[in-house]
Design a protein around this ligand. Structure first.
Ligand code: BEZ
Ligand code: FE
Length: 282
């Protein structure tokens, strides 16, 4: 047992952990305390800075609601969400890369016939999205559920504008056929800023960072026996591909959106999803 001192601060705190503590909790908390104390010593954190941090975290909590999760946004903007994704989804060669889930997914979107248009507000340019869901051997996966969501042409998700947008605008679930194929119509998404009217936006401003995400369509692809895939496809050529506010872009997820002459759509995007079996990593 030792009294608290600058030299042994982390050790003193960690020595208090009870003997019966869950081993994983012990490991995580010990490392957290070690890194936190090392950080404070590294920058010689001032008392004013400590107060600023406490105020920032307090405001971050206070702005959270059922539909706004500022702590996840903070994690996203600090690259933490993408790092947690990276260390947990080391996909084998050939499998589709994952990316950040984001705060705008809603469970329970309607399952729709293949080819249905999910844009319900009549805004934006329509794109036909098609491709196949495959396993690592290239075999089609039938009955995979392809859950998709995007912003509207004004750059807002339906849940951000419940009084302006129709319910389930730009959302739907599609089931692959026997050939593993999916197809749906939606808008060619537009780039949009992450919510920046709260503490995270203030942090970005103070750091000289912009809040923009490059245009993308979200996908959650699930099939029995395969690991769930959470990803996006990004629109090639978008101005924010190399400066995504949440670091979500991977080169493998950038798709060509080709202009087409068709009565039903102005764009076409083809993208296959390759799922890894459950419980496999690289
Ligand atoms: C999104 O892509 O929907 C998103 C991801 C992270 C933060 C905000 C939005
Ligand atoms: Fe998004």
């Amino acid at each position: 047992m030792s009294y608290f001192s600058e030299a042994t601060s982390a050790e003193t705190v960690n020595d208090r952990i009870g003997v019966a503590t869950d081993p994983r909790l012990r490991q995580v908390m010990t490392s957290l305390v070690n890194h936190l104390h090392a950080f404070i010593k590294d920058v010689t954190l001032t008392e004013a800075e400590w107060e600023t941090a406490i105020s920032f975290l307090t405001r971050t909590g206070q702005i959270c609601t059922d539909t706004r999760q500022e702590f996840i946004l903070l994690s996203d903007a600090l690259g933490v969400s993408m790092l947690v994704d990276a260390v947990n989804n080391r996909v084998p060669a050939g499998a589709t890369d994952s990316t950040v889930f984001g705060p705008f997914h809603v469970d329970g979107a309607p399952e729709l016939p293949l080819g249905t248009c999910i844009s319900l507000d009549g805004k934006g340019e329509i794109c036909l999205y098609e491709g196949r869901v495959l396993d690592l051997n290239g075999a089609p996966i039938a009955n995979a559920l392809v859950d998709v969501w995007s912003d509207n042409a004004d750059g807002f998700y339906d849940v951000q504008q419940p009084d302006l947008q129709p319910k389930w605008n730009n959302r739907g679930v599609f089931r692959t056929g026997p050939d593993g194929a999916y197809a749906f119509r939606g808008i060619k998404p537009v780039s949009y800023p992450i919510p920046d009217d709260g503490p995270v936006g203030q942090m970005l401003g103070a750091l000289g960072r912009h809040p923009w995400r490059p245009a993308h369509m979200h996908f959650r692809v699930t099939a029995p026996g395969h690991a769930r895939l959470i990803t996006h496809i990004f629109v090639s050529g978008d101005a924010y591909l190399t400066s995504d506010a949440v670091f979500g872009v991977k080169a493998s997820l950038i798709a060509d959106f080709r202009p087409v002459q068709s009565p039903t759509e102005q764009w076409h995007a083809a993208f296959n999803f390759v799922l890894r079996p459950t419980c496999t990593t690289a």
